[in-house]
Design a protein around this ligand. Structure first.
Ligand SMILES: Nc1nc2c(ncn2[C@@H]2O[C@H](COP(=O)(O)OP(=O)(O)OP(=O)(O)O)[C@@H](O)[C@H]2O)c(=O)[nH]1
Ligand SMILES: [Mg+2]
Length: 361
């Protein structure tokens, strides 16, 4: 349309007509109000200590944020919560997709809340950056637990690195503990290194399995068997009961071949049906026995101290590595050195030392 036609338009008649502001005043006010309503770190700490789940969720969102201001605030909250944390039992649960983790956590979590416990469920799933956590997708599997006022369910934190996800989860554990949750369940899908990460942040590690066709031990990573404090064979219902019992015998036999644990605990194998809610109480009995043993022999505290030190070292290692690999000079030199090493112009060691001395100079 031509300009001329436009200026002739009645819509361009301005004289004597009140003009609306180009910015919508009321929405500006709303945004300002919302900003003012952002609770301070002190208010969030007070909310968490008063066991307010909304304050807890908001604080976790700050912990998960990549915004620097948020992280500063998150740190203040964590420091405020730390003296009130550490009083829970932390349980890690792993198992391949479809084994029934969500269904199990629903049944197990309800069992715990019925005993008067307060249960927080978190997830570590570095593969779920796109799907935003496995728990979110299966709220239907945890229908009862989601509604339970003594339960708190948080989908997995997303992140580029397992280290990043682990930090967020560890800090979330502290917040949940300060909010009065005495049992923290951390779920992970059996991918990559996530089991090892979860194992390094829990007191007790539970491996969920289903019975196969007599080939129970096939395809299980030895490391995971070694980490497990208990193996729970799920779906022991209907036609599966006999098979599950057989699997139990086989796992028991296999576990005896592993060296004794420094906790003094002998891993136990049990069966359950998350679906029919049978055998769930026995799982809690096993965990209680374990906790009694390791609190008695001091292993419980030692393990937590070691875990704290482990994560400090991990964080330093990760930050140093990131700093090195993101250094502009190193980025270019690294590519050239990779080629030189591949074509035997340099040895891997001399190339590595050369890069490091460039970095440290
Ligand atoms: N028969 C039987 N089926 C079960 C039992 N527990 C879970 N299931 C079924 O197994 C399927 C997978 O269960 P989920 O709880 O979603 O398994 P998951 O391990 O959380 O799976 P991902 O979230 O994909 O890793 C569902 O169809 C459940 O209904 C059980 O004890 N017995
Ligand atoms: Mg699930």
């Amino acid at each position: 349309m031509s300009k001329k036609a436009n200026t002739n338009s009645a819509l361009h008649e301005k004289d004597g007509i009140p003009q609306p502001e180009s910015i919508n005043k009321s929405s500006v006010e709303k945004v300002m109000l919302r900003r003012r309503n952002q609770p301070s770190a002190k208010e969030l700490i007070a909310g968490i200590l008063a066991q307010d789940k909304v304050a807890l969720s908001r604080a976790i969102t700050l912990v998960e944020s990549t915004n620097l201001d948020h992280l500063v605030k998150a740190n203040e909250i964590i420091n405020g919560c730390l003296p009130h944390a550490n009083k829970s039992i932390r349980i890690g649960i792993t198992g391949v997709p479809g084994v029934g983790k969500s269904t199990f956590i629903e049944a197990f979590g309800k069992h715990l809340t019925s005993m008067g416990k307060k249960v927080a469920v978190l997830a570590v799933d570095p593969s779920s950056t796109i799907s935003h956590g496995s728990i979110l997708g299966d709220k239907t599997r945890m229908e009862e637990l989601v509604k339970d006022e003594n339960a708190f369910i948080r989908p997995s934190a997303s992140g580029d690195t397992l280290g990043g996800v682990a930090r967020k989860t560890r800090e979330t554990i502290i917040l949940c503990e300060a909010a009065g949750f005495d049992t923290i369940i951390i779920e992970t899908v059996g991918v990559g290194q996530s089991e090892t990460a979860v194992h390094s942040m829990v007191d007790f590690f539970l491996l969920l399995k289903i019975s196969g066709a007599g080939d129970e031990l096939q395809g299980i990573k030895r490391g995971i068997m070694e980490m497990a404090d208990t193996i729970v064979i799920n779906k022991a219902d209907g036609d599966n009961v006999a098979k599950a019992k057989l699997a139990k015998t086989e796992f028991n036999r296999a576990l005896h071949l592993f060296p004794a644990k420094s906790s003094g605990w002998i891993p136990k194998v049990t069966t359950c049906s998350a679906f029919e809610k049978t055998g769930i109480d026995n799982v809690w009995k096993i965990i209680s026995e374990y906790i009694e043993l390791v609190k008695g022999n001091n292993y419980f505290d030692e393990k937590r101290q070691n875990q704290n030190q482990f994560w400090m070292m991990e964080t330093i290692n990760e930050q140093l590595k990131n700093h090195f690999y993101n250094h502009p000079e190193i980025i270019t030199l690294l590519e050239q050195n990779k080629l030189d090493v591949a074509s035997n112009k340099k040895t891997p060691f001399s190339a590595a030392l050369e890069l490091l001395s460039k970095y440290f100079k």
